[in-house]
Design a protein around this ligand. Structure first.
Ligand code: FAD
Length: 488
């Protein structure tokens, strides 16, 4: 009896319940990945995600062949049609997969399951990507959590750590060979212009790359995570987000590895570094739960009064932000890190998002869309929840009136200017005292550092204090009386 194993955002062999289930029968397994840009509600993967997907599929194909499989079968969507065609071609009696939780994916799963079962074909799905699934986790009133801390406390206290699932030693291939698209024909990677040089240099997509990155973090970053995670000039975080997004590693694998490493290194499985790290992993979880329960999260503010927010439309300002030419060094460093590597440090994501929304008064959805296209870890839930968090319009969000000062944020979290020097090299010779506000440097300092403001590096496109006042005024349009009191 042949089983079709439909890979989605679970591109790994170990700790993969659908794969383990399919392989355990000893019967032929046909592993398939479907590129389906039509079923995802206008959220087809962006450029950086497509670059990653190419590498991840190539690695998975390689790993599957080592198990004895004929390799990954590639088909283009719609997924339901592609699966129906494959079932007919292989005479499969079962289709198994690991679930995704985006609203479009939940709907698609339902349609596919119903269609297969109507034809008498076994359709079975599993959880491989979350610590706990949104459909089974609620607060004491049976409602979805909207605040992170109780969500995290309850997750820690009530969700049991599952037993790891080993990668199978062997996968029985189908006797006949099947047609597959060539990965190159999907053109997931850029050719001309090839903007992906920095991505190639920074990342190794695939399960082995994920494990290597995890190991580096366990050795060098885990125990100091709490102290270093906010310092973008240091490699103080795991860099696991794209690997987690594509399911090259699962959150329970990360959890178990962190606890085991801390135990071995300190005797305490929940040292403060581990506790903080796992709570960040839980933010990913919280975001997935929010999106599941509030499916309009990527497109509409959760707090409806933000529908009335007087966003500006300013293509020039948006372009300056995207290119890292705002005149605020920490903002520009972040945007250039993003463009070059497909990733940006979390602290700086918050700073650049706050700058777009509050200093430029541009709609958070403009930022969300840019991140969607340029992040290798672009994730519908985490991206939307984080943008709404910064905007103040989301669940458990930062209050809108808390406006990051990009100068003091830079001074606090990049005190030696290492991050700015790396990504904005034209400011590299400025002293620590002025590197986060070059317009405050004297003419002599600027000249000694070979910086001509307005030529080598822009002057600020908005004045911080003027922009702050403008943002608070805009907020007054939408606030209730009670919120005005809190803001005062
Ligand atoms: C405006 C904005 C947009 C964002 N968009 C995304 C996105 O599209 N995809 C994405 O994965 N993360 C997003 N984040 C969250 C966070 O910035 C990244 O997950 C983190 O920087 C990834 O780096 P890391 O793997 O080194 O994280 P670590 O600090 O090592 O954390 C470990 C893991 O926990 C998860 N995590 C950590 N912080 C958060 C968080 N605040 N929210 C959700 N999950 C978190 C990630 O999976 C991460 O890999 C966004 C944050 C902001 C402020």
């Amino acid at each position: 009896m042949t089983t079709l194993l439909w890979f989605r955002s679970d591109l790994r062999l170990a700790d993969n319940p659908a794969l383990a289930y399919a392989a355990a029968s000893g019967e032929p397994v046909v592993p398939v990945f479907i590129l389906d840009d039509q079923d995802c509600d206008a959220w087809a993967p962006g450029g950086a995600s497509r670059w990653w997907l190419h590498g991840s599929l190539s690695a998975l194909d390689h790993d599957l062949r080592k198990l004895g499989s004929h390799g990954l079968i590639l088909r283009r969507g719609p997924a339901q049609d592609a699966i129906a065609a494959l079932v007919a071609q292989t005479q499969a009696k079962a289709v198994v997969w690991n679930r995704r939780y985006e609203p479009w994916a939940v709907a698609l799963d339902g349609r596919i399951k119903a269609g297969l079962r109507a034809k008498g074909i076994e359709a079975r799905s599993f959880n491989a990507t979350l610590l706990c699934e949104p459909s089974t986790f609620a607060n004491l009133q049976g409602q979805p959590y909207k605040v992170f801390t109780p969500f995290w406390k309850s997750l820690r206290a009530t969700v049991p750590v599952p037993t790891p699932i080993a990668a199978p030693a062997h996968m029985t291939p189908l006797a006949k060979s099947l047609a597959s698209d060539a990965l190159a024909s999907w053109a997931l990677r850029p050719t001309r212009p090839d903007w992906a040089g920095g991505l190639n240099a920074h990342w190794t997509p695939g399960e082995a790359g994920a494990q290597a990155r995890l190991q580096t973090f366990l050795d060098d970053g885990l125990l100091t995570y709490r102290e270093r995670r906010n310092l973008p000039g240091q490699a103080g975080t795991s860099g696991l987000s794209p690997h987690l997004h594509f399911g090259e590693i699962g959150p329970w694998q990360v959890w178990r590895a962190a606890v085991t490493a801390a135990s071995a290194q300190t005797g305490d499985p929940m040292t403060p570094g581990v506790e903080t790290f796992l709570s960040e992993v839980a933010w990913r979880e919280f975001s997935a739960h929010l999106l599941f329960h509030f499916p309009t999260l990527p497109t509409a503010p959760l707090r409806p009064q933000f529908e009335r927010f007087p966003w500006r439309v300013d293509a020039k300002a948006l372009s300056a932000w995207q290119k890292g030419l705002t005149g605020y060094p920490i903002v520009d460093a972040g945007m250039r890190q993003l463009w070059t590597t497909g990733w940006m440090h979390n602290r700086v994501r918050m700073i650049v998002a706050s700058f777009l929304i509050k200093h430029l008064l541009l709609d958070w959805r403009d930022g969300e869309a840019w991140f969607w296209d340029t992040l290798v870890d672009a994730d519908l839930a985490s991206n939307a929840a984080s943008w709404q968090w910064v905007a103040g319009s989301g669940a458990d969000a930062a209050p809108y009136f808390r406006i990051f000062n990009p100068i003091t944020q830079g001074e606090k979290f990049d005190p030696d200017g290492a991050y700015v020097r790396r990504w904005v090299p034209e400011l590299g010779r400025l002293s620590n005292g002025v590197i986060h506000a070059p317009w405050t440097a004297s003419a002599i300092e600027l000249s000694a550092a070979q910086v001509r403001l307005g030529q080598d590096y822009p002057r600020p496109i908005v004045d911080h204090f003027v922009a702050r006042a403008r943002a608070l005024e805009a907020l007054a349009h939408i606030k209730t009386d009670r919120e005005q009191d809190v803001a005062r």
